[in-house]
Design a binder for this molecule. Structure first.
Ligand SMILES: Cc1cc2nc3c(=O)[nH]c(=O)nc-3n(C[C@H](O)[C@H](O)[C@H](O)COP(=O)(O)O)c2cc1C
Length: 169
């Protein structure tokens, strides 16, 4: 599978099959996060994979009661320490985490898995649940697993609406 094929095959899944993810697939997914670029190559992210069923059950309440999360055999959590605002005005660690999560979720697709990014979560609840220290920002959460059934694909805007060559009008 090419990178573009993985990008095309990815979609958000909110119902997972009752099937564990093989250890080597989890390892490959985490490896994709480890190899992702980071601002100044500081590599301050922690790529957490939650596989404990009870912890996953408790993630539901940390994620605004999105009950379908409980169907996932694993949940990825991206956090990072030492946040700083870059000259461009963006949080270095938020970007690092978002890139790592993108890499991991695309690698997961190559392995036959799907995921769903979550922005609806309480960082403080996730922090407390997973013993994440106070100096870490918790940026992204994504349940991951085999889809229970073929899901529907979201529509995407047309190229001319979102791609700009040179200056915006
Ligand atoms: C930053 C971010 C936050 C999101 N938060 C949630 C969420 O809390 N719950 C949820 O069900 N989906 C969430 N999604 C999934 C989006 O709804 C989904 O990506 C979007 O509808 C496009 O569908 P697709 O991923 O299948 O292309 C989130 C996606 C992103 C990128």
């Amino acid at each position: 599978m090419t990178v573009m094929e993985a990008i095309q095959a990815r979609y958000s899944v909110r119902q997972y099959a009752d099937k564990p993810i093989e250890a080597e697939k989890i390892e490959k997914t985490m490896e994709a996060g480890r190899l992702a670029p980071t601002a100044s190559n500081q590599q301050l992210c922690k790529h957490i994979v939650v596989t404990d069923k009870e912890l996953i059950r408790q993630m539901v309440s940390a994620c605004e009661d999105q009950k379908w999360i409980e169907t996932a055999p694993a949940v990825l959590v991206e956090c990072a320490s030492g946040d700083r605002t870059m000259i461009c005005g963006q949080s270095a660690r938020s970007m690092d985490c978002a890139i790592a999560m993108s890499y991991m979720t695309l690698e997961a697709v190559e392995l036959g898995l799907q995921s769903c990014w979550l922005g609806w979560f309480s960082p403080e609840k996730v922090r407390a649940l997973l013993n994440i220290p106070d100096d870490y920002v918790v940026v992204a959460v994504a349940p991951i697993g085999y889809p229970a059934k073929e899901g529907h694909r979201s529509s995407k805007k047309a190229t001319e609406e979102v791609v700009v060559y040179n200056k915006m009008n």
